[in-house]
Design a protein around this ligand. Structure first.
Ligand code: PLP
Length: 364
C-alpha cells in the first residue's frame, strides 16, 4: 500500500517537535475531549471482567446500543447489534463478508478504499453529495453491473456536509434497483443539528449502520464500535470473521460503553457541548476561508486559492505555522481542497492531561 501524505507529514511534525517548534495538530480525526468521569468510573469498576466474553458483544452493550438506535427512529433488537474494537474493524469485516465492487463517495474517509483493496475488491468513486455518492451517477455505474456495496458517511468526513433526506431516498431507490448493500457510517451522527435520515429507516433490510464512541465522546483510544444489521446472514458472517480476528472487544470497555449508549443526562449534555463547540468554531473558521459552515462532524474542507496542489497547501501551513491539515488527495479527491479539523484538545483548557492529549492527538 502507498505511503500516505499523512505519514509523510508525521515526519515533518517530528522534526518540528525535535527543534522545539510548536505544532497545532488539526489533521487526524479526534476531538481530544477529556474522558467524562462517569465513564472513567464505569471503566475502572469493570476492570475485573478479564475474560474474553461473547464474540458479538456482552448482552448489556447490545441492549444499550439497540436502545440508542431505537431512540433515533430506528427500532432495533439487541440481536441485530454486533460490537467490536472500533467501527473500523467492523467496516473491514462487512466489506469483506459482502464482497464485490464498492462505490465510494469522492472524497471519502481514507480507510474505505484501503480496506476494499485489502480484500481485493474493486472501488468506483462517485462524486459526493454530502457523504453520499451522487444517486444519478451511481445508477449509471451500477448499470454496468459490477457493484455490490455502496458506502455513505452521515455526516461526512472529510467535507463536514450532510446529505439531505431527498438525496438519501434517491440513493435507497438506486440501491433497491441494483440490489446494493448500503453501509451507512453514522459515527458522527450526534455531531449535527440538521435532520439526519438514515437509509436504514428507508430500506432496512439492505443497510448496515455503524457507530461508536470515538467521535462524539472522543474515546477513540478505547476502541469500541457497534454495527446494526438489517440482514441476519451478513451479521452472522461478520461474527464468524470477528471470532477469527479479534475474538471480542475488551470487556471493561464494553461495560462502560453500555453506560454510554444508555445515555444518562450527564453524557447527553457532554455530547451537546461538544457538538455546539465544534459547530461554532467550525462556522468561525469557515468564514476565514470564505466557505460555508459545516453541517456536522468537526471538519472543514475548503479550497485554498493561490496554490497548485492540496499538498502544497498542507506543506505551507505546516512549515509556516506548524498547523497540520490533511490534503484532499488523501481522501481520493481531485487535488484542491484540504481537510481541517476544527476540534482540538487545545480548545478545552490547559490541564496537563489535555496538554498531553494535544501532543499525542496526531497519531492515527
Ligand atoms: N468512520 C469514519 C468516517 C471515521 O472518520 C472514523 C475515524 O476516523 C472511523 C469510522 C473509525 O472509527 P472507530 O474509532 O470506531 O474505528
Amino acid at each position: 500500500m502507498p505511503v500516505s501524505a499523512t505519514l509523510a507529514a508525521n515526519d515533518a511534525i517530528a522534526r518540528r517537535r525535535a527543534q522545539g517548534l510548536p505544532v497545532v495538530p488539526l489533521g487526524f480525526g479526534e476531538a481530544g475531549l477529556p474522558v467524562h468521569p462517569l465513564l472513567a468510573k464505569a471503566l475502572s469498576d469493570a476492570a475485573g471482567f478479564a475474560g474474553y466474553g461473547p464474540v458479538a458483544g456482552i448482552p448489556a452493550l447490545r441492549d444499550a446500543a439497540a436502545g440508542y438506535w431505537s431512540r433515533r427512529g430506528l427500532p432495533t433488537e439487541a440481536s441485530q447489534v454486533v460490537a467490536a474494537p472500533g467501527s473500523k474493524p467492523l467496516l473491514w469485516a462487512i466489506l469483506g463478508a459482502r464482497g464485490g465492487g464498492v462505490a465510494l463517495p469522492r472524497p471519502s474517509w481514507v480507510s474505505y478504499a484501503a480496506q476494499s483493496a485489502m480484500h481485493g475488491l474493486p472501488v468506483v468513486r462517485v462524486r459526493s453529495v454530502g457523504g453520499v455518492p451522487d444517486p444519478v451517477e451511481l445508477d449509471a455505474v451500477a448499470r454496468e453491473g459490477r457493484l455490490s456495496t455502496v458506502v455513505v458517511t452521515l455526516p461526512d468526513n472529510p467535507t463536514g456536509r450532510l446529505a439531505p433526506p431527498p438525496v438519501i431516498r434517491e440513493l435507497c431507490e438506486v440501491a433497491e434497483r441494483h440490489d446494493l448493500l448500503i453501509v451507512s457510517d453514522e459515527i458522527y451522527r450526534d455531531l449535527t443539528e440538521m435532520e439526519l435520515l438514515s437509509p436504514a429507516s428507508v430500506v432496512p433490510h439492505r443497510v448496515v449502520v455503524t457507530s461508536g464512541l470515538s467521535k462524539s465522546l472522543a474515546l477513540g483510544g478505547w476502541r469500541l464500535g457497534v454495527a446494526r444489521f438489517g440482514d441476519d446472514a451478513l451479521r452472522d458472517a461478520v461474527i464468524d470473521m470477528a471470532s477469527e480476528v479479534w475474538s471480542a472487544p475488551a470487556q471493561p470497555v464494553q461495560h462502560a460503553a453500555a453506560l454510554a449508549f444508555s445515555e444518562p443526562p450527564a453524557l447527553v449534555e457532554r455530547v451537546a457541548q461538544s457538538r455546539n463547540l465544534h459547530l461554532r468554531v467550525g462556522a468561525a473558521v469557515a468564514a476565514l476561508f470564505d466557505t460555508p459552515p459545516p453541517d456536522g462532524a468537526f471538519y472543514l474542507y475548503p479550497h485554498v486559492p493561490g496554490f497548485d496542489t492540496d499538498r502544497q497547501v498542507a506543506e505551507h501551513l505546516l512549515a509556516s505555522n506548524g498547523v497540520v491539515v490533511l490534503p484532499g488527495s488523501e481522501f481520493g479527491d481531485d487535488p484542491a481542497a484540504c481537510r481541517i479539523r476544527v476540534a482540538t484538545s487545545l480548545l478545552y483548557g490547559d490541564t496537563d492531561a489535555q496538554k498531553l492529549a494535544a501532543l499525542t492527538s496526531d497519531t492515527p
